[in-house]
Design a protein around this ligand. Structure first.
Ligand code: HEC
Ligand code: HEC
Ligand code: HEC
Ligand code: HEC
Ligand code: HEC
Ligand code: HEC
Ligand code: HEC
Ligand code: HEC
Ligand code: HEC
Length: 276
């Protein structure tokens, strides 16, 4: 991103001069007549970009309502809002983009940090005006180590974070696009019909989560015995991203049966009574 110090007038002059020499290309088609052609000096924001944000066609002051005399640099602002915008984010964006998409039960903390953490409001070369393509975008804030252990889940190798997560908000934990088990069964449907962990466990297979009736408490989701606040799901035994263990196990285990003791006391493995 371009940053110009207010304390460096020579650089500003150079920038203004060089940008004024830039070939005409920046003025968006059908721009509303404004007193000043902002792109004369700010062509870099839009020139040679593949994707231009639609409202730019209505002219820059459409969002930057608070820039007074644009020919005077630094600009004088007529309001107290960042960059002379008509509203702070995300309200500015909700003016045109339905708020409901961003305010479902589980909201990505990144949305609270501002839409422009991920999107440029002007123009860019990535799909959906993203500041970087997925998954690199995600690694701007999330430690890559979690996704690059020795065994990587196939959708991670393909960079498909959005196969499982909504970037904005969702009704499911982990901003998943579906409930935790459903998301896995989309691609691993055979597990529904086979006996999972059958080799160690026998014909019935290990329970895979869902709801249980509790005495006097109605139906409740089964809880993950190992991770507080999480429900019991495929992701209780498997790391959905990557792992140093066989079968993407979440915990160190060289064989399937070594995994059991993380949740069941050794004596009582083979019954739910063994759960802590
Ligand atoms: C004469 C050249 C020129 C014109 C015309 C111009 N700008 Fe600027 N603008 C600059 C320069 C140089 C800077 C960087 C100096 C600064 O940070 O204030 C700047 C900075 C800005 C900033 C950042 C201010 C901040 O608070 O960081 C915004 C927003 C902006 N311009 C919007 C506009 C809009 C909208 C228009 C048209 C209405 C416009 N500019 C027209 C030269 C110009
Ligand atoms: C859809 C609303 C919208 C429109 C239309 C718009 N801007 Fe912006 N502009 C923003 C937002 C939001 C920011 C703050 C970005 C941030 O904080 O990261 C911004 C920031 C800026 C900045 C500060 C430097 C930067 O990149 O952050 C300049 C300069 C600027 N805009 C110029 C323009 C010009 C010139 C136009 C017309 C070509 C324009 N804007 C049209 C929303 C808009
Ligand atoms: C003045 C109305 C307006 C405002 C304000 C506005 N947008 Fe948009 N935006 C649009 C329109 C119109 C489209 C095109 C919609 C379409 O094609 O379905 C669009 C498209 C987008 C797209 C998709 C681009 C693509 O290539 O498909 C993104 C991302 C986006 N806007 C983000 C933002 C963000 C972030 C903000 C706030 C900084 C914002 N918008 C503010 C009107 C607006
Ligand atoms: C964590 C990064 C991130 C943040 C923060 C973020 N977005 Fe997005 N946004 C994305 C990604 C990734 C996509 C592409 C989704 C896809 O391709 O399915 C997207 C897509 C969009 C689209 C296009 C939707 C479509 O169906 O074409 C709009 C509009 C949009 N975002 C607006 C916003 C607004 C407004 C905010 C702030 C309230 C915001 N985004 C915050 C990552 C983000
Ligand atoms: C601008 C920074 C930023 C970007 C970019 C970003 N995130 Fe996040 N994300 C956060 C923060 C902050 C949290 C909350 C703290 C945490 O859990 O690490 C979070 C949490 C999450 C969570 C856990 C949500 C929950 O409620 O359990 C998921 C899943 C997630 N992000 C996925 C993504 C994906 C996928 C992308 C890329 C499309 C992405 N993030 C890009 C900042 C970001
Ligand atoms: C196959 C589906 C799937 C894919 C693909 C996927 N995730 Fe996840 N992710 C999940 C599930 C399921 C959880 C919740 C795990 C749990 O129960 O704690 C999760 C949790 C997270 C969290 C919360 C912290 C944590 O580790 O529990 C972050 C951050 C995250 N994912 C980011 C990403 C990013 C970035 C990508 C792409 C590089 C990605 N995910 C791809 C399924 C997926
Ligand atoms: C978009 C499709 C897709 C989704 C969604 C998905 N997977 Fe996978 N998964 C694959 C593919 C492809 C493979 C590799 C082919 C194979 O071994 O069957 C794989 C392999 C695996 C493996 C075996 C790894 C090994 O080393 O043998 C496990 C365990 C696994 N996935 C668990 C999960 C879990 C848990 C979820 C939900 C959080 C999930 N998968 C969601 C596509 C997916
Ligand atoms: C109680 C722990 C546990 C749960 C819950 C669990 N798995 Fe597994 N999973 C295992 C073990 C152990 C293995 C290795 C089985 C073997 O080799 O006999 C395995 C193997 C796999 C494999 C590799 C296939 C194969 O036969 O090698 C996939 C794919 C998989 N699981 C997906 C899932 C999905 C999807 C869910 C949720 C619907 C799920 N698992 C729930 C423990 C679990
Ligand atoms: C991540 C934690 C976890 C791991 C690892 C795990 N289990 Fe479980 N197990 C559970 C939970 C939770 C239940 C209760 C499920 C329910 O009530 O639906 C359960 C239930 C059981 C039951 C009772 C089945 C029933 O129908 O009531 C047996 C037997 C069992 N596990 C054996 C094993 C064995 C053998 C292993 C190793 C291959 C294993 N478990 C690994 C969490 C785990």
């Amino acid at each position: 991103m371009r940053t110009i110090s207010l304390l460096a007038p020579t650089r500003i002059v150079i920038m203004v001069l060089s940008l004024c020499l830039a070939p005409f290309a920046a003025s968006p088609a059908g721009a509303a007549p404004t007193e000043v052609d902002c792109t004369k000096c700010h062509s870099r924001l839009v020139v040679k970009m593949k994707i231009v944000h639609t409202p730019l066609q209505r002219g820059c002051p459409y969002c930057h309502t608070g820039i007074a005399d644009a020919l005077k640099v630094p600009h004088k602002k007529t309001n107290a809002i960042t960059k002379g915008l008509s509203a702070e984010q995300p309200e500015l964006c909700y003016g045109c983009h339905g708020r409901s998409e961003f305010t479902k039960k589980v909201v990505h903390a990144a949305v609270g940090m501002g839409c422009t953490g991920c999107h440029t409001p002007h123009a860019g070369n990535n799909e959906k005006l993203l500041v970087a393509a997925v998954p690199d975008l995600c690694f701007n804030c999330h430690d890559k180590g979690e996704f690059t252990k020795t065994k990587k889940h196939s959708p991670i190798v393909a960079g498909k974070c959005l196969a499982c997560h909504d970037p904005h908000s969702s009704d499911y934990p982990g901003i998943l696009v579906k409930s935790p088990n459903e998301i896995c069964l989309d691609c691993h449907g055979q597990i529904k019909t086979s006996s999972h962990v059958g080799g160690v466990f026998g014909k019935a297979g290990h329970p895979l989560g869902g709801e249980r009736s509790l005495k006097g408490a109605g139906k409740q989701p089964v809880k993950d015995p190992k991770r507080k606040g999480k429900i019991f799901s495929c992701a209780s035994c498997h790391n959905p991203h990557s792992s140093d263990e066989i079968k993407l196990f979440r915990y160190p285990a060289k064989t399937p049966s070594q995994l059991c003791s993380y949740c069941h006391t050794t004596k009582a493995v083979g019954s739910t009574g063994g759960l802590p």
